[in-house]
Design a protein around this ligand. Structure first.
Ligand code: FAD
Length: 596
C-alpha cells in the first residue's frame, strides 16, 4: 500500500531549527515569511499532495501517458490535478512576485517539491521542469521575450521542457546537431530531432515552451558552439495567446521501466520558429541555470520517493505478522509477532529513515544557500552561498538519488514477496526512482563534475564553504558529553575526506585518470561526511531541547536515536570509500578492453 503523510514535524525542524546558524544568516528579503506562515503553507501542501496527487500515482503507473494521433493524452485525473496545483499557486512558490510567483524561499519550495515527488514523482516532473524553464528565461532571455512567456509559465497555464539530448548526443552534448538558422525578423528556424524529452507533449496546458539547444550556422564545433532557443509548441497570436502550430512534431513516446505517466518524447523540430536565449554559442551557460535547479530537483526526487517508500514499509512492518521475537513472544494476542520486532527488519527501516532524514537536512542546507545566493545582501555571503551551491549540487543529485533507490529497494524487501507483486504498490517506487540516477547527468558524471570542476574551482575556495563549518563544529563540540561519540566518528570520517581530497589533487596532477577513477567514491565520502555533520548538529539541538524539557520530547529523542544509528551503522562506509580511493586506478584499469 502506498502510505503518505507529509513529515511536517521533521520538515519544520529542518526549516526553522537546524540551519539557523549556517553562516548564510537571516535574509531581510524574507522578513515577512514567518514560521507560522511556512507551517500553514506546508500543512496545506501536504493535504493537497496526499488527497489530490497520491491517488493518481497508481493510475498513472498503470495507464501511463499515451501518444494518440500525434499528441499525448495523460491519464484520467491528471489535468484536474494540474489545475489544482497551478490555481493554488503551488507551481510558482519560489518565483518572484514580479512574474506572478509567490516569492517564498527555495527552502520552503523544496519541501513542497519533496511532497510532490513522494506522492507522484512522474507527475511532479511537469511543474518541476516548468519551474526550471522559468528560471532560465528569467535569468537569460530578453525582457521582451520574458514578458511574453514567463507570466503564463509561472501561472501554470503553460509548461516548460528542456531539450538537450539527441540520439548521438547524450552525456556528450558537443555532438549535438540540431540547427538554428537566422530569419530576417530576428527569430530563428530550428530543425533537428531531440529524444527523451520529459513532458515533451501533453494535454495539461494550452502551450508548451521548449528550451532547445541548437547550433547556429557559424558555430564552432563541440560544446563551445551551442546556443539556447525558446521554441513554443504554438506560436502566439497578436493577443499573446497560442495560435499557429509551430511544427514541433511528436514522433514517438518511450515505453519505460517507470515514471509511466511522464511522457518521454522524441520531438522533431521542423523549421520551428525560435528565439535566442542568452548569448550566441553560450547556450550551455543558460541551460545550466535550468540544469542546476533541475539537478537539486532530481536529488529531491530521490528523497521524495524514499520518504513514501519508508512510510509504506513502516505501515506494513507493523501490520504483517510472521514469526516470534527471538527474545520471547511480544504479542501473545496475535498468531505471530509483527515483523517490525525483528532486528533485520529494524535494520532496513532504520537505514531508510536515516537516508531520508539525512538527505532532508542536507536539502535544507543547500536550499538556504540557494536563497542566500539569490537574495543575500552582503556580497561575501552571496559569494559563499554561490560556492556552496556549486560544490554541493552534484553531491545532492547523486547521493540523494542513490539513497532514494536504495530506500525504495528496501521497501520491497520489507514487504517480502508481496513487495514484488504489483498490487502492493511498492515495486513502483523502485521503478520510478531508478531514472533519477541517470537523467540530468548520470551520477557518474556528477562525480566527475565534483572532482574535475568543483574541487579545483577558484583554488579550492568552494571546498572551504563545506570544510570550515565542519571543522569548527568538531572543534567546538569534541569535549566530554553525550555528543562525544558522534563527534569522534565525524572527526575520523572528516579526516578521511581531507586526506582523500589531498590525495586526489596530488595524483590528478600526474595522471588525470586518477581523479576520474576516484570520483564516485569521493562523492559518496563527501556525502556521508556532510550528512554526518547535519546529524551531529541535529543531535546537539535535540540534546539541548531535551535538557530544557521541550514539549516535543518524543521528536528530539527519536532524532538522537536516528543520528546514533547513522553514526554507528552507516558512517563507517566512509572508511570503505577512503580505502577504495587510496587504492587508485590500477586494478580498475588493469584489463585491456579486449579482456572484457
Ligand atoms: C526517462 C528519461 C527522461 C529524460 N528526460 C530528458 C529531458 O527532459 N531532456 C533531455 O534533454 N534529456 C532527457 N533525458 C536524457 C538523459 O539526460 C540522458 O539519458 C543522460 O544524460 C545520459 O545520456 P545517454 O542516455 O546518452 O547515456 P550515455 O551518455 O551514452 O552514457 C552511457 C554510460 O556511459 C557513461 N559515460 C558517458 N560519458 C562518460 C564520460 N565522459 N566519463 C565517464 N562516463 C561516461 C555514463 O555515465 C553512462 O553510465 C531523459 C532520459 C530518460 C531515460
Amino acid at each position: 500500500m502506498q502510505v503518505y503523510n507529509a513529515p511536517l514535524r521533521d520538515m519544520g525542524f529542518v526549516l526553522n531549527e537546524l540551519h539557523v546558524d549556517d553562516g548564510f544568516g537571516d535574509l531581510p528579503h524574507f522578513a515577512e515569511i514567518t514560521p507560522d506562515l511556512t507551517e500553514a503553507v506546508l500543512e496545506e501542501a501536504g493535504k493537497v499532495c496526499r488527497d489530490v496527487i497520491l491517488p493518481l500515482n497508481r493510475i498513472g503507473d498503470e495507464q501511463g501517458s499515451r501518444l494518440e494521433n500525434g499528441s499525448v493524452k495523460t491519464p484520467p485525473g491528471y489535468a484536474e490535478a494540474f489545475k489544482v496545483l497551478s490555481e493554488g499557486g503551488w507551481t510558482s512558490l519560489a518565483v518572484s512576485p514580479e512574474w506572478g510567483g509567490q516569492g517564498l524561499p527555495h527552502a520552503v519550495n523544496n519541501l513542497v517539491e519533496e511532497m510532490l515527488c513522494s506522492t507522484n514523482v512522474a507527475f511532479s516532473l511537469c511543474p518541476g521542469l516548468t519551474h526550471g524553464a522559468a528560471k532560465a528565461i528569467e535569468g537569460y532571455a530578453t525582457r521582451e521575450l520574458a514578458e511574453k512567456y514567463l507570466p503564463r509559465l509561472v501561472k501554470g497555464e503553460w509548461s516548460g521542457t528542456m531539450c538537450l539530448t539527441e540520439a548521438q548526443a547524450g552525456t556528450d552534448l558537443g555532438l549535438l546537431r540540431t540547427s538554428a538558422a537566422p530569419a530576417d525578423d530576428g527569430s530563428y528556424r530550428v530543425s533537428g530531432s531531440k529524444i527523451f524529452i520529459t513532458w515533451g507533449d501533453h494535454d495539461l496546458t494550452s502551450n508548451i515552451i521548449h528550451l532547445v539547444l541548437a547550433r547556429l550556422p557559424d558555430a564552432p564545433p563541440g560544446v563551445k558552439g551551442i546556443s539556447l532557443f525558446l521554441v513554443p509548441k504554438f506560436l502566439l497570436d497578436e493577443n499573446g495567446n497560442p495560435g499557429t502550430f509551430n511544427n514541433v512534431l511528436v514522433r514517438h513516446t518511450e515505453h519505460k521501466m517507470g515514471i509511466n505517466s511522464s511522457p518521454t518524447c522524441q520531438l522533431d523540430f521542423d523549421g520551428s520558429t525560435g528565439w535566442l536565449v542568452g548569448e550566441p554559442h553560450r547556450g550551455l551557460e543558460a541551460m545550466f541555470a535550468m540544469m542546476n535547479v533541475a539537478r537539486v530537483g532530481v536529488g529531491i526526487q530521490g528523497l521524495g520517493v524514499g520518504e513514501v517508500a519508508y512510510q509504506s514499509a513502516v505501515w506494513y512492518a507493523k501490520d504483517r505478522v510472521q514469526g516470534r521475537s527471538v527474545n520471547g513472544t511480544q504479542r501473545p494476542d496475535l498468531p505471530a509477532d509483527p515483523i517490525i520486532i525483528h532486528p533485520d527488519v529494524r535494520r532496513m527501516l532504520m537505514i531508510m529513515r536515516a537516508n531520508n532524514e539525512g538527505c532532508r537536512m542536507l536539502a535544507g542546507w543547500i536550499s538556504r544557500a540557494i536563497d542566500a545566493q539569490y537574495h543575500g545582501e552582503d556580497p561575501a555571503v552571496v559569494a559563499r552561498a554561490t560556492d556552496f551551491v556549486a560544490l554541493m549540487t552534484p553531491v545532492v543529485k547523486a547521493l540523494f538519488t542513490d539513497l532514494g533507490f536504495e530506500t525504495a529497494n528496501l521497501a520491497v524487501q520489507v514487504y517480502g514477496g508481496h513487495g514484488y507483486i504489483r498490487e502492493s504498490g511498492v515495486e513502483q517506487f523502485v521503478r520510478d526512482s531508478r531514472i533519477a540516477m541517470i537523467y540530468e547527468g548520470t551520477n557518474g558524471i556528477q562525480a566527475l563534475d565534483l572532482v574535475g570542476r568543483k574541487l579545483p574551482a577558484n583554488g579550492g575556495r568552494s571546498l572551504r564553504t563545506l570544510f570550515h563549518p565542519i571543522s569548527a563544529f568538531i572543534e567546538e563540540n569534541g569535549g566530554e558529553g553525550p555528543l562525544k561519540p558522534l563527534v569522534t566518528a565525524l572527526q575520523q570520517a572528516f579526516g578521511a575526506l581531507q586526506l582523500a581530497t589531498g590525495m586526489i589533487a596530488e595524483r590528478g596532477l600526474k595522471d588525470r585518470e586518477e581523479g576520474s577513477a576516484a570520483a564516485t567514491d569521493y562523492l559518496r565520502l563527501m556525502g556521508l561526511v556532510t550528512v554526518g555533520y547535519c546529524f551531529a548538529k541535529a543531535a546537539k539541538i535535540s540534546h539541548a531541547k531535551l535538557a530544557e524539557g521541550a514539549e516535543d520530547s518524543a521528536f528530539y529523542a527519536a532524532k538522537i536515536k536516528t543520528a546514533t544509528f547513522f553514526f554507528e551503522r552507516i558512517l563507517p562506509q566512509a572508511t570503505a570509500c577512503f580505502l577504495a580511493i587510496k587504492a587508485g586506478k590500477a586494478s580498475m584499469m588493469a584489463m585491456t578492453a579486449d579482456e572484457f
